[in-house]
Write a protein that binds this ligand. Sequence first.
Ligand SMILES: NC(=O)c1ccc[n+]([C@@H]2O[C@H](COP(=O)([O-])OP(=O)(O)OC[C@H]3O[C@@H](n4cnc5c(N)ncnc54)[C@H](O)[C@@H]3O)[C@@H](O)[C@H]2O)c1
Length: 271
Amino acid sequence: MSNNLLKGKRGIIFGALNNQSIAWKVAEAAKAQGASFTLTNAPIAMRMGEIQKLAESCEAEIIPADATSLEDLEQLFEKSQEVLGGKIDFVLHSIGMSPNVRKGKPYDGTNYDWFQKTLDVSALSFHKTLQTAKKMDALNEWASVLGLTYIAAQRVFPDYNDMAEAKSLLESIARSFGYHYGTEKKVRVNTISQSPTVTTAGSGVKGFDAFINYAEEMSPLGNASAEDCANYCISLFSDLTKYVTMQNLFHDGGFSSTGVSRKVMDRFMED
Ligand SMILES: NC(=O)c1ccc[n+]([C@@H]2O[C@H](COP(=O)([O-])OP(=O)(O)OC[C@H]3O[C@@H](n4cnc5c(N)ncnc54)[C@H](O)[C@@H]3O)[C@@H](O)[C@H]2O)c1
């Protein structure tokens, strides 16, 4: 269903790797709501080639960029404005990667070079994106910039590893940059804290199946799907949420406010 909520808006969508990616669903929803946008991902992700299909169905140009490279980001904003014909109204940062998670390092045996890489890719890239956009004055007033995060920034989930620190930093950057960009240009910056979702990044976390089932039983509404996350992103890119900024917004079926659910309690009841 389309209400043309993003009609006439121009955007940049980072992080669509395959059709499970949250960014993929956001691109499809943004297209259905009348937006035009460019798609971007790390050059290494391009080799898998799946993003091409999305680009065709969304009539979007692909501009490769490593989100940790300021040079790539400058090119991305320059080319996107050229291709789309003006300044940008929305940006989705849907990026996460931890070499420590990937290579199975435990939290208390971390490799610090990899830890730095986790922070650079998963959090500082958000700052770099915002700083580049601001320096180039590439965003329109009331533009909306979103990052995706997880509740491990606030509570301990043992196997989420150094991604927990990366997400805390990401959420903090949204708040701080939201202040600076808001006062000067009325640009809003938020993070969405999403339920565990089956994607390439999500499934990389050890014990992901248990994780997702537990969250399902703890959440009064159940886990939020990637499609529903995309719909929430659209609402935040739209003009219906103009005064929402510097927030971390939970999109998790109520998980973050639940101490324990009956379903989980029932598992511990003695007959
Ligand atoms: N899947 C979940 O359970 C879940 C839950 C909450 C939040 N999130 C967050 O949602 C976001 C999207 O992840 P996803 O679950 O759709 O998985 P995904 O694996 O489909 O997306 C992650 C993306 O990050 C990209 N990326 C990695 N390094 C990059 C770099 N240097 N430059 C540019 N792009 C780079 C990857 O190519 C990939 O497209 C991430 O921030 C993730 O942490 C995911």
